[in-house]
Design a protein. Sequence first.
Length: 198
Amino acid sequence: MFTGIIQSAGKLAARQRQGPGFRISVEAAFERLELGESIAVNGVCLTVAELLPRGFAADLSAETHEKTTLGQVPLGAAVNLERALAVGERLGGHFVSGHVDGLGQVTEVTMVGVARRVRLRVPAGLMHLIAAKGSVCVDGVSLTVNAIRGVEIELMLIPHTLEITTLSALRPGLTLNLEVDLLARYVESVMKGAPQSP
């Protein structure tokens, strides 16, 4: 479980084919990483499979590689990193699972004073799970949905977010990992009703 509050920027150092999937190496400044712990990389929950001198390696299934942006991130590019939430820590963002629901595309970036307003096109099948003034996770970053316009959402990036995450590099056409609010997903499941056993 994560919060969408980015703790560090890392760098995608390597991506190697491993059977039908891949192993990636990430440079990270975290101390005392442990084998098997969970780290969100651009919003994707990954397991530390190997400890490296300057970071860690994690395995990607073919599905994760294809259905998230981790298969497209260029080597050497910065990535948003968050270690799993420990019991008793502050919950500054919202509950984030690290399970990507779909990909969004940036359609517009506008300066508004010292902040940036971003419009993001969301897959139509996810729009009913997004609420104005609710939360959404974008490349691992917990953000508030300022407005909904058709199949686009409007987000505001404050200077602190721009400084410590990769979102400062957003421009129209970029594709990002999206995770809807976990609570919205569970509410939808309850409203639909559990499937009946035969």
